[in-house]
Design a protein around this ligand. Sequence first.
Ligand SMILES: Cc1cc2nc3c(=O)[nH]c(=O)nc-3n(C[C@H](O)[C@H](O)[C@H](O)COP(=O)(O)OP(=O)(O)OC[C@H]3O[C@@H](n4cnc5c(N)ncnc54)[C@H](O)[C@@H]3O)c2cc1C
Length: 510
Amino acid sequence: MTQKSIIIIGGGIAGLSAGCYGQMNGYKTQIFELHTLPGGLCTAWGRKGYTFDGCIHWLVGSGQSSGYRRIWDELGALAGCEVVNHDEFMRIQKADGKAFILYTNVDRLEQHLLDLAPADEKPIREFTDAVRLFSRFDPPVGKAKETSNFVDMFKTMPGMMPIMPAMMKWGKVSIADYAERFSDPFLRYAFGASFGNNLNRLPVLTLMMTLAWMHRQDAGYPVGGSLEFSRGIERRYLSLGGEIHYKSRVEKILVEAAPNGKGDRAVGIRLTDGSEHRADVIISAADGRATIFDMLEGRYADDTIRGYYEKLPIFSPIVMVSLGVGRDLSAEPHSVSYVLDKPVTIAGEARTLLPVKHYCYDPTMAPAGKSVVMVMVNSSHKYWKELAADSERYESEKQQAAITVIEQLDRRYPGLAGQVEVVDVATPLTFERYTGNWQGSIEGWMPTVDTGDLMWKGMSKSLPGLSNFYMVGQWVEPGGGLPPAATSGRNVIQILCKQDKRRFVASAAG
Ligand SMILES: Cc1cc2nc3c(=O)[nH]c(=O)nc-3n(C[C@H](O)[C@H](O)[C@H](O)COP(=O)(O)OP(=O)(O)OC[C@H]3O[C@@H](n4cnc5c(N)ncnc54)[C@H](O)[C@@H]3O)c2cc1C
């Protein structure tokens, strides 16, 4: 059999994953990536001895024996990597020191919440019982399907049926609505803000699942951070014989009429330098909107697809203020959202919570005795886009965001302002420029309780009327994140193997 060729657009985690599994299964793959680095959103950048990490806070599948771990091992993502499992996911702290702490151990969490608000025993226990139940759930590595979604998972894993009712139930209640069940005002406020105030329409199921994975020590942090993680997969891809072309921005997907007279088929790509490259199959692992409406000029978008792009909410873009500080903060909790007594304005919006994170648990991030501190808040793409019309105003707004953050941090960690050695501010335009993601979105579609069954049913990886073409990554896996991106790349190769009547094979990196 002649070896089929595949072109993959984008070298983020989904594109790298499709490349690795394509190579494992006898396809000849090439990745075209606009940036100079692998990983897409899963990246980091160095500044004067400090590393500022743009992605991984927790990695589902980091434990030793879970379905997702199998995928990370196949992709060589965690080879030789130490994983840190935090005792605390995060805490929300008031000015008087009172703290709501999301402990990763569910028994400790339950006791802490009961101490905080004894009168709320019923909703506390209902929440922690659900976390316990879900901690017994190991997401199966899906079979070849057009969509990788919960419905498929349950069909392929009958053993999962006992938790189905709880998943359905908590998939329909938002974090904000669950918070209303608490009578204690601080618990009510803090619970609602645990993923950030802008994410409180997410189903409470997402918070329960996150804590469940943390409880079973399967959602830790890989030391070395996001770029090392991506480089691990890039190494695996290259060792399997894959080819990756950096600084190669795809502007068009080339199509021709299909020989059977049924619609069109994808036959290649054109880069911005004008060069054309052909393959039997084209997979886009790049931004969904750019793929469908620019590279394919909107010719294969039906009403359903247009509806997604017109109506669905996306994970908000962010402003990320990263600081290199000449001070050891390792004795401080690693992730604290401070409740501000007076709101402060950052990027044109009044903020009542300041989420602060340090990376002292990863010695590769800062020189010995020093720390990386990061504050990440959601922010409007439009706001920064308008500012960018005048580069001075844009730069001065970035500077102002950093000044405000440093002032606030200095109140909590006295003397810190004088110890700041490096400042870096990334805006939604930074994320957009480096990854091509729509408005700099950090995770694609946001499935809230208001977006119906999107999370359950998933989205198709192919477009109507176009054969030999697939999409993978966060724009076809509602909810986004690294495990769905990797699974998406794996699934598309399973689909191709099925079509080509080959047995799909995958093995752990040696
Ligand atoms: C701040 C932040 C924190 C996060 N935290 C976590 C976390 O803790 N855990 C977790 O699981 N997930 C997290 N995520 C989400 C996760 O990073 C993403 O969902 C995931 O990396 C998406 O992968 P992807 O391959 O689908 O897309 P991308 O990473 O966007 O990859 C797309 C790739 O395509 C390339 N590309 C785009 N257009 C073109 C073109 N025209 N030609 C060539 N190449 C192109 C881009 O440069 C990019 O490399 C976080 C994201 C951010 C930003």
